[in-house]
Design a protein. Sequence first.
Length: 405
Amino acid sequence: MRLFDTMTQQIELFEPVSGNEVKLYVCGVTPYDTAHLGHAFTFASFDILIRLMRSKGWKVTFVENVTDIDDPLFAKAEQLGNISWEELAQQETDRFVREMQSIQVTMPDHFVRASEELPAMFELIAKLLQNGHAYISDGWIYFSVKSDPNYAALAAAAGLNGYDNLLNTANENGNNGGDPRKRDPLDFLLWRGSSEGDPAEWDSPWGKGRPGWHIECSAMATKYLGPQIDIHGGGCDLIFPHHSSEIAQTENATGQRPYVRFWMHIGMVALDGQKMSKSLGNLVIVGKLLERYTPNAVRIELARHHYREPWEFFYDEMDDSQRIANMIDRAVNGHAPTNHLKFTDKTVAYRRQFMAALEEDLNTPEAVALLQMFTEELLRGDLSEDDAAAAQRAIRETSALLGLQ
């Protein structure tokens, strides 16, 4: 299997280094609104990767977090006025899980809430303070970016260079470059000290407050997977500052390098020419799509786009994905299920091509095209009796790798 690594900007051979075990961490949602198609694209992409790896006999330990300590969540609860942030987080987390399960997305082995993992965060922060990579200022704790000469190497690999560009991007993603407590405007928050009117605070060795965004994922990843993991993923909008800061604080706290062997980042989904996001409100909600289309059609639509490429959603294309899904359903379920155990030369060749597509940087568009062509060939009646029986089984098994049911 070959995968693209954001850090090296190359497609490289991926093999488990620990026997046949793969350690995978994917950044999850901040639960203050319903999951949209952009989220579905991220988690469906990793779902296919997990299915593929497990089909190869690899044991995948999959950890996904819920960022239920975050300013947007608190702000949304305050805006609504009639619900606490805890209730809102639970409500939206439950909704997210239902919607992902409705389109057959594999649930993680560890579905971890930041609010339940404070001790692990304290441990990492204490190590960074002890070794001089962090400092306390007026009860707030920051990571010193100047203490790490490799800070933002991931961002640089992805094309984001220059201090001003880094600072502007960080400021657009929650950093307060004008914070007078900081030694450097780019230093990022590890622990936010107590402030009057804060909607949520926790006790810590340094007083009341709450953790910074980046330290949450470092703590959860290392607690459940150890100081070095095989694959870390999320949307490409997390490359900086989130994932770049994760690397700095994790490697400098644990002393283990690299923190991550392969970084996988998912392209953004657009609607009406703009990135789909909760802040913009231009959302295609999975639950709404399922009122008009089948779960298999949604999975086909997502798989028709390569995970690294940005794309724009159009209902015409979604209609075509429904047509393809219906065709596959007829091929698999339109006849009595076969127990045909022998794969013919034709089906062996199809399966080999299909698997080769997925194993080459998860090329799902090619895999969908192969599945579509083979299904059409079966439905046209062009196959011999043996080929047709074997094809039905092959289509069922390969479509399952794409998350079809």
